[in-house]
Every structure is written in C-alpha cells, then in structure tokens.
Design a protein around this ligand. Structure first.
Ligand code: UDP
Length: 431
C-alpha cells in the first residue's frame, strides 16, 4: 500500500533477502536485521521498500509484509543462487532495475539505507544521478575477513575500495557496536560520520519462558545437559571448536551430554561442504550418538531450542555483532562466546555469559563446564541475561534510534539546500 502521508525510504540488501528463510547459506543476521528494522520503521510511520536480488524464478517479485512495508526482488543476473564474491558484475543491472522500479511506481526515495558493500556500491551509483541521502551498515568487513582467509577472492581490492568510499561519502555509517566502530577507524578510514546503533531482537518472541515446557515440546529429558549452537555453517563460525570442546567434556565422563547444532541448508548447497566437514569430525570423535543436527529452524520454533538449552555456544572467529547471542540471552540462556567484535559489547562476562579466546578448545570446554555445573549462578544469570537484552537490544528501541538518525540526516539535507538557495542571491549581488 502506498501512502501520500508517509515518507518513503528504501533499504537495499543485495544478497540477503528480507523475505527469505534465515539460517541457510547466505541467509543470516543481515536478512533478520533488514526485515525487522523495515517492519518496525513502517510501524513508526515510514513507507518502507526493501530491495534485494531475485534468486529464484518462482519467488514473487513483491512480498507485502505489512501495509507499509514490502520486499521488492529485482532482476540482476540469472534468477539463481550466485555466490557473493561473483555478484559485483551484476550490480549495474541491479541499479537500473531499481531505477526503473522507481520510475514505474512514481517514487523518489530521498533516503536509502544500504546493507553490505555491494549495496553500498549501488547506493553510491544512485547518488550520482539523484540527491539521495545515504546511510550504510556493513554487516561484514573485507578488511577483517581477508586477514584470516587463505584464498583471497579476485573482487577483494574492489570491495576494500568500496568499503572505504562508503565510510567517507555516506551521510552516516551505522556501526552496530563500539568494537565495530574501532575496527572501521583502524582498518578502513579515519574520515566519515559513524553512529553506533546496535542490532536488536524481537523480545516478544525471544523471552523467558518455561524450560520444562520447552524440553517436553522438543522431547528432551529433564536430566539432559544440552549444549546449543545456532547459526550458519561457515568455517569462520568456529563450529569445529565447539565440537572439539564437547569431545573434551565427554572424555570427563559427564552423563547425559547432548550437543544440538541448529542451522544449515541441504547438503547440496554451498554450505553443505562445511556441514559435511563438521559431521565427519563429530563422527571421528565418536560423538554421533550425542549430537543432533536439526537443519534450519525458523524463528517461530527457535525460542524453544534456546529455552531448552543449558548453554548456548558462539565460537565464531569474528562477529561484527552476533544476533544469536542476544536471542539466547533474551531467552535466559547463558552464553559461552568468543571474545571478539560485537560479542564483547553484548555479553557481560560472569553476569550474562562468558567470553573466551576464539579457537581455544580447552577454554570453551571449561566455560561450558562451569555453566553446566553451577546451578545457583546460572539461575541468577538467566534473569540478568534476559534483562540485559530487554534494556539494550529490543527492535523497537533500536529502530527508534535509526528513525531519529534518518530524520536528522533528512533535516540536514534540507538545511543544506536552503543554505545553498539563500547564498545564491548574495553571491550574485557581490558579483
Ligand atoms: N537462524 C535461524 N535459523 C537457523 C539458524 C540461524 O533463524 O536455523 C538465525 C538466527 O536466529 C539469527 C541469524 O540467523 O537471527 C544469525 O545471525 P548472526 O548475526 O548470529 O550471524 P550471521 O548469520 O549474520 O553471521
């Protein structure tokens, strides 16, 4: 539905479709972020159009999420899965599809919020032919990713250049944690405007509920000690570290240990290689009987898994924010996470979880062990974890901050226009 009373804005999320199922290859935190801020911005009074690349001929071109919020799937390359590193060559088509959609709908977005570097490129191209204001969120940074990657893709130098340009040229870049801001300043550029606005979570969906009920629903016994992983299958998520830590706990003869690994698409998708690798390690370590691979689980059922767990483990090598941490804590589950990036911002050590060095198998095993065997401390952490998320990371709170940022950016652009038109006669007079 279009409304004349609402200000239309565009969110661009090139590869991460806000209407897609999350938890599979390419679908993770960015999809969740764009979808939730889109819907909440609409509830706050904006008209929100979210643009993404169409990856399947059977997908609808437009998905209406709520009266003033929709996902628009644009033609850019084949209507098939294309890995992110191969998408740049299709971005010019993405930009022209965006422009023709705008023309046919009679829309003119004064503000565009881009997500990921490919969308940043599209935003800067749009800026060349229109007076749009640009806000950008990175979600992932080439400068960090390439530090630990053995095989650097061909597109790397273009990505690094675009990531610098968007920081220097956007009206504002949103860093989702102070740690991300520091990284941007040290690895990308000292120029440009940065505001820290965190990611959020749906605190009506992820909240404190009965663990007994959740266990009964998932057919898990009350004596089981449940260690949970939720997320994509990607080597940088560090699932191997968790599996090896779990094996160390098993060696200590702890009874009723269960490892639940949630996420991933089918074996024939690109993330299937990592899943196969992890399954082999589980097998080699003799953990098959105590490990469950659930595949992708939607946000409707996911709260049951968090609630049923004793501990949620986030062993990522790097995480700009890490939505899983706040979802788990919102459900009252203490986390053991890598001491990196946004996890340092969201987790309060000893109060809502524990931070340990990434890839340190023994440290993860010790952290998990502490949480599994200190009931009193865990009971306290459960409440603290949930309160921490409610206070700092609800989507509504986060989106209000974004909405205020947009208004500020738009107001500043109008002031600049007025200042310009005011100065003109003075300049003419003195000439
Ligand atoms: N997720 C999900 N189902 C799954 C696995 C993951 O819904 O089976 C969601 C998870 O709940 C979270 C997102 O995917 O909202 C992952 O975001 P995060 O920031 O933790 O990691 P990213 O995927 O962005 O690296």
């Amino acid at each position: 539905m279009l409304s004349l009373n609402r200000q239309a804005i565009a969110l661009i999320s090139d590869h991460a479709d806000p209407a897609a199922d999350v938890g599979r290859e390419e679908a993770g935190g960015q999809n969740v972020y764009v979808r939730h801020i889109g819907e909440t911005l609409a509830a706050l009074g904006w008209q929100v159009d979210m643009f993404t690349r169409k990856v399947c001929a059977d997908d609808q071109d437009i998905v209406q999420h709520s009266p003033y919020c929709r996902t628009i799937r644009l033609k850019a390359g084949a209507e098939a899965y294309i890995p992110r590193d191969k998408l740049f060559e299709h971005m010019p088509e993405f930009v022209s599809s965006f422009q023709s959609f705008q023309r046919t709908q009679g829309l003119n977005y004064p503000l565009v919020h881009t997500n990921y570097w490919l969308s940043a490129w599209a935003g800067m191209e749009l800026q060349k032919t229109s007076g749009i204001q640009l806000v950008h969120t990175y979600h992932s940074l080439g400068a960090v990713k390439y530090q630990s990657q053995v095989k650097i893709p061909q597109v790397a130098s273009i990505r690094l250049r675009i990531e610098r340009e968007i920081l220097e040229r956007a009206n504002c870049v949103v860093a989702t944690s102070p740690q991300e801001q520091e990284t941007l300043r040290s690895l990308v550029s000292t120029l440009g405007q940065i505001e820290i606005i965190p990611c959020g979570t749906d605190t009506d969906n992820f909240r404190l509920t009965s663990k007994t009920h959740a266990r009964a629903k998932l057919k898990l016994g009350s004596l089981e000690k449940v260690v949970l992983y939720v997320g994509r299958f990607d080597e940088r998520k560090g699932i191997e570290t968790l599996v090896r830590a779990f094996a160390l706990l098993k060696e200590q003869d702890i009874q009723n240990l269960k490892l639940i690994i949630v996420g991933g698409s089918s074996i024939d998708m690109p993330d299937g290689d990592e899943r196969k690798r992890i399954e082999n390690i589980v097998d080699e370590l003799g953990l098959t009987d105590s490990t469950i691979f659930t595949g992708r689980i939607g946000h409707d059922i996911l709260p049951l898994y968090y609630t049923a767990a004793d501990v949620c483990v986030i062993p990522s090598h790097y995480e700009p924010f890490g939505l899983v941490a706040i979802e788990a804590m919102a459900c009252g589950v203490p986390v053991v996470a890598s001491n990196v990036g946004g996890l340092k911002f969201t987790i309060i050590p000893e109060e809502t979880g524990l931070l340990v060095e990434p890839k340190d198998v023994e440290a993860f095993a010790n952290g998990i062990h502490r949480i599994l065997f200190d009931e009193l401390w865990v009971r306290k952490m459960r409440k603290q974890a949930s309160a921490n998320v409610n206070q700092r990371f609800s989507w509504t709170g986060v989106t209000i901050q974004l909405s205020e940022l947009y208004r500020h950016v738009l107001a500043r652009s109008i002031m600049h226009e007025q200042a310009w038109s005011y100065k003109m006669p003075i300049m003419n007079k003195s000439a």
